[in-house]
Design a protein around this ligand. Sequence first.
Ligand code: CA
Length: 229
Amino acid sequence: MKPSILVIEDEAALSTLLEYNLDKEGFRVACAADGEEGLLRIEEETPDLVVLDWMLPKVSGVEVCRQLRARPETRRMPILMLTARGEETDKVRGLDTGADDYVVKPFAMSELVARIRALLRRTRPELVEERLEFKDIVLDRASRRVTRSGRNVRLGPTEFRLLDFLMQRPGRVFSRERLMDAVWGPNTYVELRTVDVHVGRLRKALREGGAADPIRTVRSAGYSLDQER
Ligand code: CA
């Protein structure tokens, strides 16, 4: 599962460069050219992290930061602020406003990527960990292997992504629409019952040998990894 990043930056050349490089580093990237557009995009689809320019037209980076911190659903969203050299006081204020980290322009792309990874590791470890565990199920992202009580579980690529997503938030119920977005991507259209089919396959693979069903179906709401059983 690729972590998603929204870049809010008004310099088109820098924005394109960021999009290209972050995509190459394995992130899903979207861009907004000013603060207003940035806030709208976040409302439409919450990214895992925001790269936010300090000086933006319409709504400034500081104001975007302040508004995101004021909303319960984005209060803890990791924000990395981009500031220009010499804005020392502003930098401090940026962190006061609630940015988690900042990088001074001009910066090396490798430094920015390292800071993004560090920030995600700190705030959303489930996104960048190499290995996820839920009870007796272990999912290894590096080798793309899943085991249950040490037994190898063979999964197709879609079932693997589905399990990866569910294991990031055990106990939480996800609607079929939400699973569709997360597993197939926000711009792909698949029928809702396709989700049921793949959940069914995942269940079957995980239960092989008579193990308990770890997935709970919540009528008319969706699916979750069951923490009770
Ligand atoms: Ca700017």
